[in-house]
Design a protein around this ligand. Structure first.
Ligand code: B16
Ligand code: MG
Length: 216
């Protein structure tokens, strides 16, 4: 039986993945490193600092900035990103998510957030979903980010669930690699990353669906 469901946040609970893209894209352009959506896919689920490193590497500029300057670039990106979060309301929650969370709560199955984002608590408050999650993993509390499984394992441990009885839900290839997963999004890429099953969007998520997945 299912012991916990562990959710990624950006791109699974709501469309904040798009805001990350907008903010990184503008930052990249401001330092002469434009990039497209395909490159952006490689940033999903990756921490703020490491995302910046990947962008600088793309532009061959990884040695052009001091650590202090890099911190300032990351701060600028985050300031822009947080300003985009301003208008976020419960109506921005992806379809099926609130229903699934209520189902889990009714069955006393913990829902957990394993996001790489330091902004996760604020986003959950804006969506008024914070009361439906038993635990939100602090990304700074684990040694390795996605694709390592640390964030998901910490989430499972915190609610006393055994990892083999948990299901993870992810939109990023880095995240899929970290879990036994339900991928949300483009089938070929997420399947190639090792997703056990891929749904086009969050509409089809239900407790029944997740339970059937576990007994497969
Ligand atoms: P922050 P997730 C990840 O969240 C995003 O996918 C990734 O684009 C972002 O860089 C990372 O969080 C860090 O976010 O800058 O807000 O701390 O998909 O793991 O929920
Ligand atoms: Mg994500």
């Amino acid at each position: 039986k299912l012991e916990a469901v562990i959710f990624d946040l950006d791109g699974v609970i709501t469309d904040t993945a798009e805001y990350h893209y907008i903010a990184w894209k503008q930052l990249g352009e401001s330092i002469g490193i434009p990039f497209d959506r395909a490159f952006n896919e490689t940033l999903k689920g990756i921490s703020r600092g490491e995302s910046l490193e990947r962008i600088l590497r793309l532009g061959g500029k990884e040695t052009e900035f001091t650590p202090v300057e890099k911190a300032e670039l990351a701060r600028r990106k985050n300031e822009h990103y947080v300003s985009l979060l301003d208008g976020l309301t419960p109506g921005d929650t992806y379809p099926g998510i609130a229903g699934l969370l209520e189902e889990l709560q009714a069955q006393n199955i913990p829902a957990v957030i394993a996001s790489a984002s330091k902004n996760a608590p604020q986003i959950l408050r804006s969506l008024q979903l914070d009361g439906l999650f038993r635990y939100v993993v602090d990304p700074d509390s684990v040694q390795h980010g996605k694709p390592a499984p640390d964030l998901f394992l910490r989430g499972a441990a915190e609610v006393g669930a055994r990892p083999e009885y948990c299901v993870g839900i992810e939109d990023a290839t880095a995240g899929i690699q970290a879990i036994k997963a339900v991928g949300i999004g483009e089938q070929s890429a997420l399947e190639a990353a090792g997703a056990d099953v891929v749904l086009r969007d969050t509409q089809g998520l239900s407790l029944d669906f997740l339970n059937r997945l576990l007994v497969q």
